[in-house]
Design a protein around this ligand. Structure first.
Ligand SMILES: C[S@@+](CC[C@H](N)C(=O)[O-])C[C@H]1O[C@@H](n2cnc3c(N)ncnc32)[C@H](O)[C@@H]1O
Length: 288
């Protein structure tokens, strides 16, 4: 049973998530090496979509999964995208219209309360979304409800080893913030519970009633053209939280100092073709 206090906490967390994604929607996955698009394509490839399938893409963002899924199922297929952020839905709808894709529909909706009948879809995708749902069990139950028997769920999440890639960055963040034992440290990733390991994700999908759960860990080396490409991309995803906190606490000058210091570190990641960073993703498939 969820009590009134829990419901308040859940609503506050969702409002914070939506406000954040409303702020980043315009540039989300549209600068830097577009790692969400890369892993979106990978997830679609792994899922093995037949042409003509009915697809639901949850937490669609700017369509990292949705567009490759539409290409895979062809004009006979139908793709429905869902996101809770109004700005994401606005940006995505504009892009769909701009591209003239006729078999994609996008709706603003909460994954934890899907407005679809039981067994409506052949495949359900959720790229880098599960860690944002405060009631994960409810979200997974909703996914299973709207998936047809024999249908397939495909999800992606960052693996916990992502922390190794960003440790130096968050050390700099903390070094640039005044010591305050009462302040929560800026989180280096969305709160993932146990979902950020291969075994943890397998367990969560199994406990939600899915069968034939198989999760793989994939690494991909992304290349930013230069320091500014890397800096611009920071504002378009989770790391923006840290930049906003530094700007809020230290002002524009403090942010400039932070930028100077992290640019020094970037030189250690530089190779002939640009700034390299390795991203580890968990890609999970499960059937109903
Ligand atoms: C990290 S983005 C992933 C977007 C896309 N799937 C991708 O792979 O690039 C997470 C998305 O989840 C959405 N989201 C968060 N909580 C949600 C909820 N309860 N219901 C629907 N969408 C939600 C956010 O608005 C955001 O667009």
């Amino acid at each position: 049973m969820t009590n009134a206090e829990d419901l308040d906490r859940i609503a506050i967390r969702k409002r914070g998530t939506v406000a954040f994604f409303d702020r980043v929607a315009g540039k989300y996955d549209r600068s830097g090496p577009r790692f969400f698009s890369y892993f979106g394509q990978r997830l679609v490839d792994l899922a093995g979509l037949p042409s003509g399938a009915q697809i639901l893409d949850l937490a669609s963002g700017r369509g990292a999964v949705l567009f490759p899924a539409a290409a895979a199922v062809g004009p006979q297929g139908q793709i429905t995208g869902v996101d809770l952020s109004e700005q994401m839905v606005v940006e995505l709808t504009q892009e769909i219209q701009h591209l003239g894709v006729s078999n994609i529909t996008v709706r603003q909706m909460d994954v934890e309360n899907l407005q679809f009948s039981d067994t409506s879809f052949d495949f359900i995708f959720c790229g880098f979304g599960l860690f944002f749902f405060p009631q994960l069990e409810l979200a997974l139950a909703e996914m299973r409800r709207v998936l047809r028997p024999g249908g397939r769920l495909a999800v992606s999440l960052w693996d916990q080893s992502m922390d190794d890639q960003w440790a130096w960055f968050y050390q700099e963040v903390q070094a640039h913030l005044p010591p305050d034992p009462t302040a929560k440290p800026v989180p280096s990733r969305p709160p993932s519970g146990e979902l950020d390991t291969l075994a943890g994700l397998e367990r969560a999908l199994g406990e939600a009633g899915f069968r034939d759960v198989r999760v793989t860990l994939e690494f991909h080396d992304f290349v930013y053209t230069d320091d500014n490409d890397w800096w611009e991309a920071l504002w378009t995803h989770w790391t923006r939280m840290a930049l906003e906190r530094i700007e809020q606490v230290n002002g524009a000058e403090g942010l400039a100092l932070f930028k100077r210091d992290i640019f020094e570190h970037l030189q250690t990641m530089r190779q002939a073709d640009g700034i390299h960073q390795l991203f580890p993703a968990l890609l999970g498939l499960a059937d109903k």
